[in-house]
Each structure stands twice: as C-alpha cells, then as structure tokens.
Design a protein around this ligand. Sequence first.
Ligand SMILES: Nc1ncnc2c1ncn2[C@@H]1O[C@H](COP(=O)(O)OP(=O)(O)OP(=O)(O)O)[C@@H](O)[C@H]1O
Ligand SMILES: Nc1nc2c(ncn2[C@@H]2O[C@H](COP(=O)(O)O)[C@@H](O)[C@H]2O)c(=O)[nH]1
Length: 211
Amino acid sequence: MSEEIARRGMMLVLSSPSGAGKTTLARRLLEDDDGLEMSISCTTRPPRPGEQEGRDYFFVDHDRFIEMQSQDAFLEWAVVFDNRYGTPRKPVEDALSMGRDVLFDVDWQGAQKLRGNAARDVVSVFVLPPSARALEERLRQRAQDHEDVVKKRMQGASNEIQHWEEYDYVIVNSDVERSLAFLKAVLAAERVRRDRQTGIDPFVKSLLADL
Ligand SMILES: Nc1ncnc2c1ncn2[C@@H]1O[C@H](COP(=O)(O)OP(=O)(O)OP(=O)(O)O)[C@@H](O)[C@H]1O
Ligand SMILES: Nc1nc2c(ncn2[C@@H]2O[C@H](COP(=O)(O)O)[C@@H](O)[C@H]2O)c(=O)[nH]1
C-alpha cells in the first residue's frame, strides 16, 4: 500500500485575498487529516477576539520579531497590512524531515519565498471569493476587524489577486464543503506523485525481484 512507502513531506500553501476563507478551509482540512500539520506563524498584529496564542498565531511585539529575523528564525517573513508575519523555520523543517505535510496560510509574498526555497516541495493553492460583494460581506460578517481594517483589506484584495497565476491550483470558494473536497483531492493526488515517493524505487525493485 502506498501509505507504507516513504515519501518527502510537502508544503501545502494557501493564499487568498483577506476574507476569502483560507483559515476556515485550513481548520476543516486539519480536522480531517492526521498527516497534516499547520505552520503557526508569528505576527505583530494584535489578537482578534477568540484568537489563541500558539493555536492561531504566536503574537509577538515588533522588537521580538526583529530579533527573530536577525536569528534567521523565519523560513519567510513579510509585511502584510502594516504588520509583520513570519513562518517559524524549525517546526516546518522538523515536520518535513519526518515525512509529514505542512499547511501554510500565507500571502503571495510568503508563497513566493517558500517556492524560492523549496520549489519541488511546495504545492500552492489560491482561493478566490465568488464575487467582490461576497468578499466584503465575509470580512464584515467575521466581525472581528474595525471598519478601517476591513476597508484596507478590501483595497488590498486586487493586489493579492494579481498573483493568482503563480499558483498550482485555484479554487473559487463559493461553498466550504465543495472547496474542502477540492483541497482534499489536491492533497491526495500530490501525495502519490512519483517524485515525492522516495521509497517507491526500492519498492518496485523488490517487487520485480519477487516476480
Ligand atoms: N464558502 C464560504 N461561504 C460563506 N462564508 C464563508 C465561506 N468561507 C469562509 N467564510 C466566512 O468568511 C469569513 C472569512 O473567512 P476566513 O477568516 O477563513 O478568511 P481568510 O481568508 O482566512 O482571511 P484572512 O486572510 O483575513 O485571515 C469567516 O466569517 C468565514 O466563516
Ligand atoms: N508571508 C506571510 N503571510 C502570512 C503569514 N501568516 C499570515 N499571513 C497572511 O497575512 C494576511 C493577514 O492575515 P490575518 O490573520 O491578519 O487576517 C493573510 O493573507 C495571511 O495569509 C506568514 O507567516 N507569512
């Protein structure tokens, strides 16, 4: 069975304009998939109501973020909507070395940097909202950001969407269940890519030897 064959872990990267639904889809995917773990980013943004330290983000102040940058503690980092966000390097490298897959919720800058570091291990998915109106409704309905933050994120949506063609897969997130099914299909297919299965060559050789 393919589950027994060693393979390199993959980096499944989700990007979208703010509010299109990455966090929602990521949480659902993690609930249903034991082989996948979330990369928890550091951010200088203040926590939203309900967000938990170490589950949603590691919330750090600006000085601590700069210190971590100087220690090369981030696999990538970027300024997004006036705050700094960064992917801690060690948990990702540890997970990948154990053949586990890691899920990232990062903007287009983060996706570019991750691809630049490890193109063959990155599978990237861009999530689009079904319409501009739906995007605005979702940002407002989330009801966790001030009006000026919602406006800034709507203004930033075009800039993020400019990068959609850099991604391997594109999902229009009209319906969470449908989008989730597409994401699961991507993950399943990418897991059995020949070049990702490091143990497939010896397996085939041994199979042939037994025939
Ligand atoms: N398919 C969908 N249909 C309707 N509402 C949705 C759908 N997907 C997500 N939402 C809702 O839209 C809001 C924004 O979703 P979410 O926080 O997941 O977006 P995001 O892309 O992670 O945003 P950000 O980049 O700001 O973190 C949430 O209230 C969520 O419940
Ligand atoms: N380049 C990175 N972008 C990140 C990271 N963590 C989150 N993000 C992106 O920031 C925006 C805003 O997120 P929010 O939680 O404040 O709504 C969103 O596009 C995220 O994908 C990261 O480590 N690196």
